[in-house]
Structure formats: structure tokens, C-alpha cells
Ligand binder design. Structure first.
Ligand SMILES: [Zn+2]
Ligand SMILES: [Zn+2]
Length: 422
């Protein structure tokens, strides 16, 4: 017997801990969180269509304006250097640092712009092919982590502090639109509810299994479609709504995570040992590694910025690698710590990981802005590319880790309950 639509509409499987939760009737502006792990399940926005669209349109407009005018400028002893946003990848491409240019183009401009266009198309229910709509919604939520516009902005601010000792730094007409673009794109994502948007595209498929809220999905023989949040029978591998394939638990999750982790750990060594940028002043070449850059900032008295770079570039990647290792070990051998503690570690790792990109963006800004010939010029070096790869690989490592494995050890009591009932 299939559960009727009304009952089905009220049930959600938590993507992080696999708990089946009965949704209460939400009032406008309210959010529903998982009682087991506090993950946001769904939120009822006042204007679920117009609010994200408004922010997305504004952010695209701001991005367009930000590309038109000068972004930042620098004045060293009368020599003025001024750059626009589009010049950053141009300079990198022209000087054989195309990998950094590609990172910049993808993470700072293309991915955020693509996501904003997708939000407008999906929220306004614009008539596009059904298949395309599904693909857009699928890619949109996967791309969210890769929108790094606000990290680039933080990188620009750090560059200012680094350059203050050498000359006068000024912001151009594009700077304010760019800040607004960052703000609006973050807000557009905040107001967009994944659960709502998928139900808006098509109502969730029916499940022909009696469901009981307050119990994990695995115990009840159901699984979550990680893409569209639909509840599916555990043995059904393809989701009828979004057509993405999946299993009750991600296959080879721990193997993939460990493989990516080992690769990033290997790259972490040359990324720190090799110079990340070369500073050329009056004929002398100074190669600086990440640590040397931090020491330079510290000695110059910029303690907060030195600390930010130290945390973002050295501590975060290292702690992230150790934490993911620990999560894998815990999931594999059902470790001693409770699921709540391990879940907190996972959430912190997921949140802070991408901020390590800050140093890569600092190099991108410095090496485009500081181009004053023999007087003073900055160039990126191999270490920067390796470091960016470390950050990207650790991001993939935490993405391939299935957080539900952390909670599975707590499922035993539900299984016992199930056995008693039967
Ligand atoms: Zn949960
Ligand atoms: Zn699906």
C-alpha cells in the first residue's frame, strides 16, 4: 500500500544523519531543523520565488557593473597601477599562469554567475525543457560550495594590508558593486530552499513502504535521493524525479575520501616547501613560501592578517586532513566518540575548508596589481598552483565522505527496537 501524498509531503529524510522527520506545519519565515543533528531540513520563505530571484538579478547586475570599471589601484612613488576584474585572468593567461587564471574565472565569476542565472530560471518557472530544468537544479546545488566570490573579496582585503607598506592603495568604482555582488549571491542562496524548489519542479515520488518518523531511513529500508531530497526505497538506485543514481550509503565513500586525502597530503609538502610567489624589486628576486609570507607580515606588524593567513593556509588544510582521517577511522571502526561530536567536526570541516583558497586569490591580485617593471613586480610560482590543488582535493575529500556513516553506529538501538516489534 502506497503512503498517500498528504502524509508523504510531511516527511523528510535528513541528509546528514538519515533520520526520518515529520515536518510540522511551518509558518512563513520559520525553519525546520533535524531534531537529531540540527541540520536545516527546509524553510518556509515569505516569497520563495521572488526573493531569491530579486537577489540573483541584483547580484548579476552588480557583477556586470563590477567588470566595467577599475577595481583597485596602487600608487608607488608616483607610478600608478590600476586593474579591472577582467584583467586578473587576462594577465595570468598572457604569462603562462593559466591554471590560476582558470581557478579565478571558474570560482569567482563563472560558477556564481551560472548559479544566479539558474536560480532565476528555476524560481520564475521560465518555460524551458523539463530535462534542462532538472539538470540545472542538479548542478546548482552541487556548485554552491564552489562559489568563492566572498573568499576572493577577503583575499583582496588581505592584499591591501600586504601592499600598504609599499604604497597607497585605492579602490575603484567597481569595488562597491563587487561587494554588493558577493552579498546578494550569498543571500540568493540563503533564500532558496532545496526541498521547495524540487517540489516545485515535480512532486516527490510515492513510497510504497509504511514509514515511521523518528527512525533512521536505513532501518526502515528507505534512502534519501541526495540530489532532490526525495524518499526512495533503499533498493531503488535511480530516482524517478531527478534521474540521479545513488545507494542507501555512498559506494566506496571511505575509499574515495582516503584516496583524495592521501593525494592532497602528498601535494601539501611541496605546496609549502616551494615558493608561492616571486617578488622582483630593483633587480633582486625574492622567492617566498607560504610560511615566509606570514613571517614577513608578522615582522611588519600586521599581526591580525598574519594570523588570518596562518590559520587559513597552514592550520586549516592540516587540521582538515587530520579531521577527515579521524572521521573515516570513526566511520570504519565505530569509534569511541559519540555521533554528535563527530558530526560537529564534519560540519566545521565542510564550512572552513574552502576559505583556504584565500592565499591563492591574494597571489592572483598581487601579481596582477603589482606590475611596475624593474621597480617592483610580483609573479605567481609553482607552490601557488600546488596549494590550490591541495585545497580543491581536500574539498572533494570531504564531499565524497558520507556523513551518515557517522550516525550509523547509533542505529543499533533502532534495529533492536525493530526486532522486538517483529
Ligand atoms: Zn539529521
Ligand atoms: Zn532525486
Amino acid at each position: 500500500m502506497c503512503s498517500d501524498n498528504h502524509q508523504h509531503d510531511k516527511l523528510v529524510l535528513c541528509s546528514q544523519c538519515d533520520m526520518l522527520v515529520a515536518l510540522p506545519d511551518l509558518e512563513e519565515g520559520n525553519k525546520a531543523v533535524c531534531p537529531r543533528c540540527d541540520t536545516l531540513l527546509t524553510a518556509k520563505w515569505k516569497e520563495p520565488r521572488n526573493q531569491p530571484t530579486g537577489y540573483a538579478v541584483s547580484s548579476l547586475l552588480m557583477l556586470f557593473l563590477a567588470c566595467l570599471f577599475p577595481f583597485v589601484s596602487m600608487n608607488v612613488a608616483g607610478i600608478v597601477s590600476e586593474i579591472t576584474l577582467t584583467e586578473i585572468p587576462e594577465v595570468m593567461f598572457s604569462e603562462d599562469y593559466s591554471s590560476i587564471a582558470v581557478f579565478f574565472l571558474i570560482f569567482v565569476q563563472l560558477v556564481p554567475a551560472f548559479c544566479m542565472v539558474s536560480i532565476i530560471l528555476l524560481c520564475q518557472n521560465i518555460k524551458i525543457a523539463y530535462r534542462l530544468k532538472i539538470e540545472l537544479a542538479r548542478i546548482l546545488f552541487q556548485m554552491k560550495t564552489w562559489c568563492m566570490a566572498e573568499i576572493f573579496l577577503a583575499g583582496v582585503l588581505v592584499s591591501f594590508v600586504k601592499l600598504m607598506a609599499y604604497g597607497d592603495i585605492g579602490v575603484g568604482l567597481s569595488f562597491l558593486p563587487y561587494c554588493l555582488f558577493c552579498l546578494f549571491q550569498v543571500r540568493a542562496f540563503q533564500c532558496l530552499d532545496r526541498y521547495w524548489i524540487w517540489n516545485d519542479i515535480e512532486s516527490a515520488p510515492k513510497v510504497c513502504i509504511p514509514l515511521q518518523a523518528g527512525k533512521p531511513g536505513l532501518v526502515q529500508g528507505i534512502r534519501l535521493c541526495q540530489c532532490c531530497t526525495a524518499i526512495l526505497p533503499a533498493q531503488q538506485h535511480q530516482c524517478p524525479r531527478c534521474h540521479s543514481k545513488g545507494h542507501a550509503r555512498r559506494h566506496y565513500s571511505l575509499q574515495w575520501t582516503m584516496a583524495l586525502l592521501v593525494t592532497s597530503a602528498i601535494l601539501y609538502i611541496p605546496a609549502n616547501a616551494l615558493p608561492i610567489m616571486v617578488t622582483q624589486t630593483l633587480g633582486s628576486h625574492i622567492n617566498s613560501t607560504i610560511l615566509e609570507g606570514i613571517i614577513l607580515l608578522w615582522n611588519a606588524g600586521s599581526y591580525p592578517v598574519a594570523l588570518v593567513i596562518f590559520i587559513a593556509s597552514i592550520m586549516v588544510p592540516l587540521l582538515k586532513m587530520i579531521s577527515i582521517c579521524w572521521l573515516c577511522w570513526d566511520a570504519k571502526s565505530y569509534g569511541r566518540y559519540n555521533s554528535e561530536t563527530m558530526h560537529l567536526i564534519y560540519e566545521v570541516v565542510e564550512f572552513v575548508g574552502r576559505w583556504s583558497m584565500i592565499d591563492v586569490f591574494v597571489i592572483a591580485v598581487l601579481s596582477t596589481l603589482v606590475r611596475m617593471g624593474q621597480f617592483m613586480s610580483v609573479y605567481p610560482a609553482t607552490g601557488a598552483i600546488l596549494f590550490a590543488l591541495v585545497v580543491i582535493l581536500t574539498m572533494f575529500a570531504s564531499m565524497t565522505f558520507d556523513p551518515r556513516l557517522t550516525w550509523d553506529k547509533a542505529n543499533k538501538k533502532f534495529e533492536l527496537q525493530k526486532n522486538e516489534e517483529s
